[in-house]
Design a protein around this ligand. Sequence first.
Ligand code: CA
Length: 245
Amino acid sequence: MVSKILIVEDEQGVVQLLRARLEPEGFQVITAYNGQTGLRAVAEARPDLVILDLTLPELDGFEFCRRIRRQPETARLPILVLSGRIEPVDKVVMLELGADDYVTKPFDTKELVARVKTLLRRVSTPALPRVLRVGTLELDLERHIVLVASLPISLTAKEFELLKALLEAKERTLTRAFLLEKVWEYGEELEIETRTVDVHIRSLRKKLGSEGARIITVRNVGYRLETTSPHVNPASLDEEAPALE
Ligand code: CA
């Protein structure tokens, strides 16, 4: 798919230079020479990325950015600011307004094209799942929180890491040795025993309430997390401390 790039810039020379560099790279280039026309072009032509000058007639780059971000349908449109202004305060303001990148004039066209490509790639790559889910259990990797039926559960750092490992394993059984290595640091490992894993699992199960029963003890091996229907077998809850061979 051909990416459409809108250049909002009042200097004809700069527009021509950018067009000459972008079109051979396979981009479709559209242009607007002031902020108002730029806004109209965004609404009508639906570009994939905007290269935006800051000092523009009619409506400047700052206001342009603000308006684009305010509209839900363009809130995530990549904006690369191109400006002769080099005051650091402008950079901060632009980033606060939601510009994705910033290049100051005079600029290297090769570098600019590389930045355009990077921005477009970032948008087209679907983000890795940042929330692991099973049943009503949710583990949010970014916010570092765990919810059961939408209610936050307070876990220790080790419990959080244990649960994360179990969720990521997707039903695979994880051995105590694996969990020790994954969740506890090597230095700590020397002083703790595999039984420590059992203690933490027991506490984790209790805190997870109704979803705790998903953590299944695999006798003499370790643990796995049931992802299908919650395994509500009270007997399994008594198996936390199986005899180790
Ligand atoms: Ca200008």
